[in-house]
Write a protein that binds this ligand. Structure first.
Ligand code: HEC
Length: 436
């Protein structure tokens, strides 16, 4: 196993989540923007309205800079953060999906080339060719989504992969199509928010009004169809995930998905009816709503995966907890219970390999870091803080805490404790000490 990246209060997963949520902003812009730009550009050609191209140029510039500088940087950030937060899970995914990512990167390269060519050839090549360049960009960008959704959904519902180990059995899993539709429709809602943001600051009154109205209608359609796809997506979730959802969903997260979406729909409705009233703040507000909606949605998606990073295979703390016969992988739990997590994990200081009277609390902390810190803060405040959780259970002695540890495996969203009796005792004493 690998060293643990301990992020006080937040956990490593939250850092990853923050970067990933930010990443969705430029990504959804790039996948959705060009469809709107092409539509507007062909209208400008058809109706002889060169003034519309002023918006197209500014919109394409935003895509170029925001998506391909900030989107690319945050994409690399996800890889860095994920590799440090969950190296073993990333390794498992790479071993299965390296060709998936390779395919995605090919389309990504096409996208980058196409947006540069598109932007710098506005008014320089004939309209038909220019629209074709836009079409290449739009398709390449959407294809990256088609590919990545296979890997993202695999991490929640691996389909028939555990028994066959075949690439496409995991890729086209039970939530693939609903999630692809959900992301495809909601990307237009996000695209609409960017249209609002760019168009509202336009100088030409007529263009501003027309484009704000069209963008708002697009946004409304995206939200409406996105809502329907969400229902399909929810109904495609398998039972264990549904019960996780029932157990772990908080009012904050539910509200975090519903309210921003409803407010965004309201904003679009207002500006579809009164496009002349749109000002730059409206665009900023729309984008802030998008960000908070995505945050809650992605957090929920992460939450319902628990206790796994890869279902029935690897727990969030990166212990392999299930057999995947097709890949020759078997659960490590028996071996860890027999030999000890401190002995088997690679990056444990030598003096903590065996629990002694002198190192009990430090050994216990090491076990907590390895087995619990992926989902719990060890500090008093933060994400599901363990001191508070132990206190809440009213444990008074190490025996009480040890019996809590025994019960972890029976809770559907938590991995079982893995380790020797000595390690369990040391962890219990450590947890008790921080809860006081
Ligand atoms: C896969 C993520 C994950 C891991 C790893 C994990 N937990 Fe949890 N734990 C949760 C979730 C989710 C909850 C329930 C939500 C909450 O309490 O906020 C929870 C709740 C708890 C609770 C409160 C239970 C209750 O009934 O109120 C305790 C105690 C606890 N965990 C201890 C531990 C210990 C000790 C470890 C390490 C041996 C650990 N957990 C590892 C996710 C995890």
């Amino acid at each position: 196993m690998y060293p643990v990246w301990e992020v006080p209060h937040l956990t490593a997963g939250m850092i990853l989540g923050l970067i990933a949520t930010f990443h969705m902003m430029p990504v959804y812009l790039s996948t959705s923007a060009m469809w709107f730009a092409i539509w507007l550009e062909s209208r400008s050609v058809r109706e002889g309205r060169p003034d519309l191209m002023d918006f197209v140029r500014r919109y394409a510039r935003l895509v170029l800079i925001f998506s391909y500088v900030f989107g690319a940087l945050s994409g690399v950030g996800i890889w860095f953060a994920a590799t440090v937060a969950a190296p073993r899970a990333i390794s498992g995914l790479i071993h299965n999906y390296v060709w998936g990512w390779a395919t995605e990167w090919v389309f990504f390269l096409i996208e980058i080339a196409a947006i540069y060519v598109y932007y710098y050839t506005i008014d320089k090549v004939d309209a038909k060719t220019h629209l074709k360049i836009g079409g290449i960009f739009a398709l390449a960008s959407w294809t990256t989504m088609i590919v990545i959704v296979g890997i993202l959904t695999f991490m929640l519902t691996p389909g028939r992969w555990p028994s066959t180990g075949a690439f496409f059995d995991g890729f086209f899993n039970e939530t693939y199509w609903p999630q692809l539709l959900l992301r495809t429709t909601s990307m237009f809602a996000v695209g609409g928010a960017y249209v609002l943001a760019v168009a509202a600051s336009g100088k030409n009154e007529r263009v501003r009004v027309e484009v704000v109205r069209a963008g708002s209608v697009l946004g409304l359609a995206g939200i409406g169809l996105g809502g329907l796809s969400f229902l399909w997506y929810s109904s495609s979730l398998p039972d264990p995930i549904r019960s996780n959802l029932a157990a772990l969903m908080t009012p904050g997260l539910r509200g975090g998905m519903i309210y921003p979406t409803a407010l965004l729909a309201l904003l679009f409705a207002i500006f579809a009816a009164k496009p002349g009233a749109a000002r730059p703040w409206a665009g900023a507000a729309a984008l802030a709503l998008v960000f908070s909606g995505i945050w809650s949605f992605e957090r929920t998606r992460e939450l319902i995966r628990k206790p796994y990073v890869i279902p029935n295979y690897m727990y969030s703390n990166q212990i392999i907890g299930g057999d995947v016969p097709s890949k020759g992988v078997s659960s490590e739990l028996d071996r860890i219970n027999d030999k000890g997590i401190l002995r088997l994990a690679a990056f444990v200081p030598d003096e903590l390999r065996t629990v002694t009277d002198a190192n009990r609390l430090r050994a216990g902390r090491m076990v907590a870091l390895i087995e619990c810190s992926a989902c719990h803060s060890l500090q008093d405040k933060g994400l599901r803080p363990l001191p508070e959780r132990i206190r809440r259970l009213g444990a008074t002695g190490p025996d009480d805490v040890a019996s809590v540890l025994d019960s972890l495996g029976g809770i559907p969203y938590m991995p079982p404790f893995a380790g020797t009796a000595d390690e369990k005792r040391a962890l219990a004493e450590y947890l008790l000490s921080i809860s006081k």
